[in-house]
Design a protein around this ligand. Structure first.
Ligand code: LLP
Length: 418
């Protein structure tokens, strides 16, 4: 377990939740989510910085509401996320919508909602200008510097599909000018799980320099990507050091320019990652000769990060006798693919069928990336509130309900209401 992420809650509490509500179940801790938000909002003292939460990391409405209550706005990347935040009562000025191959219907829906639309291609900017002359929007720039915990989540590099090329900015300005559209902000996002803070500082410089192309900027958004430690020997991101370096640069900019801008950052993982875990039960203990597997009732359908990015999540047996001798296990899922392994060569107290495991640091990109692969039902979600109560924040569907719903959605059987 990482020293910066000590076991976040009494394991007996988790065990009681697993026994009462069944598994697989995602459990989130409200106090950690609030703590993480407060660390951010208190970070920059004299610089006008605002924080947006990247909804894609965890879009459970209860979690969005907690983060809204902490005063953060929202970074959204689909019209559906926009609608979700609007339905939960967020003011459109606090919703930033970074489009990605958006349709006309999505563009017009978002524009009508009045959210801040952040456009990432000249093609889309043109259609926006033609449809919404006289309005304003933001643009996403390709900063040509990328980072991330895996190549698949590096979004800023030269070959990235995201953002408008720097050498096309003049063209973008001419385009908006000819339609009386105002660029109210510029944005970039270099990637998720940033390894080198210097790359983020470099991107900040790129955007500050790019700001000279625009006359009436209200904000500059530097994106998200703040990492959390997952492995016991991962270094924790030094947020204070980063904020110190960024503050110096931003203050200098504010001193030297006439622009009255605000700055945004939009982290997701950092706020919810270590606040969540996935509880699962061991169904099978299997000695395969060179390896012993703990076979669980979840899999990469519910937590895809190990299979997709070779990501590491600490796994703790919360029901084993702590004094039992240590054994080495691979923790496998119940999906019909050999790649469905949640943790390899993990040292744990001797484990048995019926034991419960907690897969840690799974609050970000866990449930939001879950699927029905192998036609499995989704996990339930439980919130442990600040007051120490726990409540179901997404109900489990039984296998029977889940299959019934699928048959109805596909239209092969008619629901009684149709
Ligand atoms: N802003 C934009 C435009 C983004 O695309 C993202 C993440 C963020 C902010 C938030 O990044 P964060 O602070 O959470 O690193 N599924 C991957 C992560 C993909 C992130 C995609 N974009 C994972 O499980 O590691």
């Amino acid at each position: 377990m990482h020293p910066a992420n000590p076991f976040p809650v009494d394991p007996d509490r988790l065990l009681a939740i697993a026994q009462k509500w069944g598994t697989p179940t995602y459990v989130y801790l409200e106090n950690i989510i609030r703590e993480q938000c407060r660390k951010l909002t208190g970070l920059f003292k004299n610089i006008p910085v605002s924080w947006l939460y990247a909804v894609k990391a965890n879009d459970n409405p209860h979690i969005i509401s907690i983060i809204a209550d902490e005063g953060l706005g929202f970074d959204t990347v689909s019209y559906e996320e926009v609608l979700l935040c609007r339905k939960l009562g967020t003011d459109p000025d606090n919703i930033f919508y970074t489009e990605n191959n958006m349709t006309d219907a999505e563009m017009n829906g978002a524009a009508k909602e009045g959210v801040i639309l952040n456009i990432g291609s000249l093609d889309r900017l043109k259609s926006y200008c033609e449809t919404w002359p006289g309005s304003s929007c933001s643009i996403r720039i390709k900063p040509d510097v990328g980072d991330g915990h895996h190549a698949k989540v590096d979004t800023g590099n030269q070959d990235s599909k995201f953002g408008i090329r720097m050498d096309l900015l003049k063209e973008a300005v001419a385009l908006v000018d000819s339609h009386n559209v105002t660029i109210r902000g510029i944005h970039a996002h270099i990637g998720s799980g940033i390894q080198e803070p210097e790359n983020l500082l470099y991107e900040i410089n790129v955007l500050l320099e790019a700001s000279q192309y625009f006359n009436s900027l209200e904000f500059i958004n530097f994106g998200g990507g703040i990492p959390i430690p997952y492995r016991p020997d991962d270094d924790a991101f030094n947020l204070e050091r980063f904020a110190g370096l960024a503050s110096d640069r931003l203050q200098k900019y504010l001193d030297e320019t006439d622009q009255k801008v605000r700055f945004y950052f939009e982290p997701g993982r950092w706020i919810v990652g270590s606040a969540g875990m996935l509880l699962t039960q061991v169904n099978t203990v299997k000695d395969q000769g060179r390896k012993t597997y703990l076979g669980t009732d979840t899999g990469f359908n519910h937590l895809i990060r190990p299979a997709l990015y070779d990501a590491y999540h600490e796994i703790v047996n919360i029901s084993a006798n702590k004094d039992a001798p240590l054994r080495t296990y691979d923790v496998a899922g119940n999906i019909c693919e050999s790649g469905d392994v949640l943790g390899k060569e993990r040292s744990m107290p001797e484990s048995r069928t019926g034991d419960y495991l907690a897969i840690l640091d799974a609050g970000a990109y866990g449930m939001t990336m879950a699927s029905h692969y192998n036609r499995r039902a989704m996990p339930a979600e439980v919130l442990i509130t600040e007051q120490g109560f726990h409540k179901i924040i997404r109900k489990r569907k039984s296998p029977e309900q889940s299959v019934e719903e699928y048959l109805q959605d596909t239209g092969i059987v008619q629901s009684e209401n149709n």
